[in-house]
Design a protein around this ligand. Structure first.
Ligand SMILES: [Zn+2]
Ligand SMILES: [Zn+2]
Length: 230
């Protein structure tokens, strides 16, 4: 339970970045994978110092120093899964080595206690690229994660808008909604849609001439040495 709580405590700091259903059921593998996608450094132990910046911009003396003991896949592998196995009746007639069990359990308790010190920090501190999603939700992604994967999907299942991290006119990286263009054959006006809205059965009207259209999705296969028919 303590290990699960460590994961849940950490998850609460990532709620802007993760789908709600991740919290609904305990799926440690899925949770840690999702956390790593949000923060590639999530499994690193960190020392965090807080201090005032001097007038010259240099960091001042730290008035607080804390440690972030990472919640990792190793913690699951080394302790969590084995702890789970102790809850079941042994299926073989072999008598479990109680001394070995005891020292393992003490080791596990000690490992968990490393997270329970006064200066332990559970946080999600980073520089972020943020955007207000079309659904109104505040989205953000750690700059390191965005560098590895410059793509973001709104975690709200009812939305799922997709964004790509692209440079704006001033060269600053911003999340841009992934859009598709459709040129109306009647009036030759460009219609733009969020790519997440376009699926089989969806319908729309041309923004200019109001001709109604319906979207169908098909599999198109063509010889590799030819361009796809538009
Ligand atoms: Zn959204
Ligand atoms: Zn039109």
């Amino acid at each position: 339970m303590s290990i699960e709580i460590l994961f849940y405590k950490l998850l609460s700091h990532y709620k802007d970045e993760l789908p709600q259903d991740l919290l609904a059921a305990w799926q440690p593998k899925r949770i840690i994978d999702a956390l790593i996608e949000c923060n590639p450094d999530v499994e690193q132990n960190l020392t965090i110092k807080l201090g005032f910046q001097s007038s010259h911009g240099e960091p001042g003396k730290a008035f607080f120093q804390g440690h972030q003991k990472a919640v990792t896949r190793r913690l699951l592998r080394q302790y969590y899964h084995k702890l789970g196995s102790y809850l079941h009746t042994p299926t073989s007639s072999k008598i479990p080595d109680q001394q070995k069990m005891r020292s393992f359990l003490l080791g596990a308790a000690q490992r968990v206690e490393e997270h329970c010190r006064e200066t332990t920090i559970i946080a999600n501190i980073s520089e972020f690229h943020a955007v207000a999603c079309v659904c109104g939700r505040h989205l953000k992604r750690n700059v390191r994660a965005a560098k590895l994967k410059p793509y973001l999907k709104c975690p709200d299942e009812a939305c799922e808008a997709e964004y790509d991290l692209l440079p704006d006119e001033s060269g600053k990286s911003v999340w841009k909604l992934r859009e598709l263009e459709f040129v109306c054959p009647k009036c030759e006006t460009s219609n733009w849609f969020g790519a997440h809205l376009v699926g089989a059965g969806s319908s729309f009207k041309c923004v200019e001439c109001e001709t109604p259209y319906k979207v169908d999705v098909r599999l198109v296969v063509f010889p590799a040495d030819q361009e796809a028919a538009s």
